[in-house]
Design a protein around this ligand. Structure first.
Ligand SMILES: Nc1nc2c(ncn2[C@@H]2O[C@H](COP(=O)(O)OP(=O)(O)OP(=O)(O)O)[C@@H](O)[C@H]2O)c(=O)[nH]1
Ligand SMILES: [Mg+2]
Length: 430
């Protein structure tokens, strides 16, 4: 964390309206950019918004606005100018020259936050890969010069020596990082193999929606929770005891918590975080956590849906979890949303409101995927029986002379385990 003796960089946040968004939305985006900048350790002293049909090809904002920005930079001792939209390499160069201070765009800022928050070696590799891919087309003398001169936000990550090397060396480094990550991915896939018979749920959602808070509430894990963007950068998996509100249904399932999404999440990051997101990709059911108290929650849902599409995880069975209902003045919006989303629930992960209702929906999702079978398990196969007890729902059990007769709900993944004992399978009836 930033110590008090180090002065925070003074930042200017700059947004340009476009035909795609209302003015209100554009201002919300700018507010989110400021939140990102503060997460990165800067102090946003000024925000500037210009309504234009499209950004200026050379400098994003128009000439007059640029002069105004220069005056503010001088008058308020600004260290860094941050733009909400992705800057082309040419825009970045022009603006750096014109303004004479460090210039960053949303992508560069997000990459910087990821770099300073990455803890595991895997996350570090992934962030470095994304940074280098972002840097490659922007590699220029200007950039090297600025990062050396100013330091601070936007200059972490690939060290100066790497920036000064030519593009070929950067490309070599990218190839090496990809190879290392591929190796990590294979190892992790190996680790996951043993658990495939348990139903797998994955938390997904916009950053700061409350995913880790819910993870902790459901599993007793101790994942870091913060009122900051991107508190979580890696993936945690825990087993969880699901209990129905009838108190008779129990299931052991897996739940994973992972990195949050944001609008305009850099494509390089999404691509390089593939192995972190593997747990999400392989999940049976997604829990899409939404901060319902946020004015832009609808846009957040959309951004998450788009990112899921990008990584190839769209179309999975999904439970919409409308979180932070404790912060709502009027909860009627939840009822309205439940008409749109059939598998949804309003909760407060922090206050523990409606968690049993969520667990019931999770159990119902499992039931939808599973088959009811009648089995006869010989007493000689007790080990398998114990495993079945953990991962399936036993509806009825009778101990007979020949073995244990069961009516049981089994997931498709566990069918192979019980196939030999089936005495009745309703799906195979003529
Ligand atoms: N009022 C309210 N605040 C909540 C609730 N759940 C979480 N929060 C707060 O929301 C903030 C973010 O919570 P996290 O659990 O870290 O969110 P996250 O989705 O894991 O965020 P990232 O890991 O940064 O993507 C924290 O300040 C939490 O205390 C809730 O039910 N109600
Ligand atoms: Mg988190």
């Amino acid at each position: 964390m930033h110590s008090l003796s180090v002065p925070r960089e003074r930042a200017l946040a700059i947004g340009v309206g476009s035909r795609a968004y209302t003015r209100e939305q554009s201002l919300e985006h700018l507010e989110e950019l400021s939140f990102l900048a503060e997460t990165a350790g800067a102090e946003v002293v000024y925000t500037i918004f210009q309504d234009r049909d499209r950004p200026d090809a050379a400098t994003v904002v128009g000439k007059g606005k640029l002069e105004e920005i220069k005056r503010i930079i001088q008058g308020d001792a600004i260290d860094i100018a941050i733009f909400d939209d992705e800057l082309t390499p040419a825009q970045l160069r022009n603006l750096s020259r014109e303004l004479g201070i460090k210039v960053l765009d949303r992508t560069g800022l997000i990459l910087d936050i990821f770099a300073s928050r990455a803890r595991t070696s895997e996350a570090r590799l992934q962030v470095e890969l994304a940074q280098l891919q972002y840097l490659l087309p922007r590699l220029s003398r200007m950039w090297t010069h600025l990062s050396k001169q100013f330091g601070g936000i936007g200059s972490k990550g690939p060290g100066e020596t790497q920036i000064e090397t030519d593009r070929r060396l950067v490309r070599d480094r990218i190839a090496l990082l990809k190879e290392k990550l591929e190796y990590v991915a294979v190892q992790k896939a190996e680790q996951r193999k043993g658990r495939t018979e348990m139903e797998r749920f994955a938390l997904v959602g916009y950053t700061n929606a409350g995913k880790s808070t819910l993870m902790n509430a459901l599993t007793g894990a101790e994942v870091l929770i913060e009122d900051k963007l991107f508190a979580t950068l890696d993936t945690t998996v825990r087993t969880m005891e699901l209990t129905g509100s009838d108190h008779t249904t129990h299931r052991t399932v897996l739940l994973s918590d992972t990195v949050g999404f944001i609008r305009k999440l850099p494509a390089q990051l999404v691509a390089s975080f593939r192995s972190t997101l593997a747990e999400t990709l392989e999940a049976d059911v997604l829990l899409h956590v939404v901060d319902i108290s946020h004015p832009q929650f609808r846009e957040h849902i959309q951004a998450v849906a788009e990112t899921l599409e990008d990584i190839g995880a769209s179309g999975k069975p999904t439970i919409m979890v409308f979180n932070k209902i404790d912060a709502l003045a009027d909860r009627s919006i939840v009822h309205h949303l439940q008409e749109i989303y059939p598998h949804s629930v309003g909760i407060s992960a922090q206050r523990g409101i409606n968690i049993p209702a969520l667990q019931d929906i999770m159990l119902a999702m499992i039931d939808k995927r599973s088959t009811v079978l009648r089995l006869m398990i010989p007493y000689s196969a007790m080990k398998e029986f114990t495993e079945l007890y953990r991962t399936s729902t036993i509806i009825e059990r009778v101990d007979t002379d020949m073995g244990i007769e069961l009516i049981v709900r089994v997931l498709p993944e566990a069918l192979h385990r019980v196939r030999q004992w089936i005495i009745e399978n309703p799906l195979q009836k003529p």
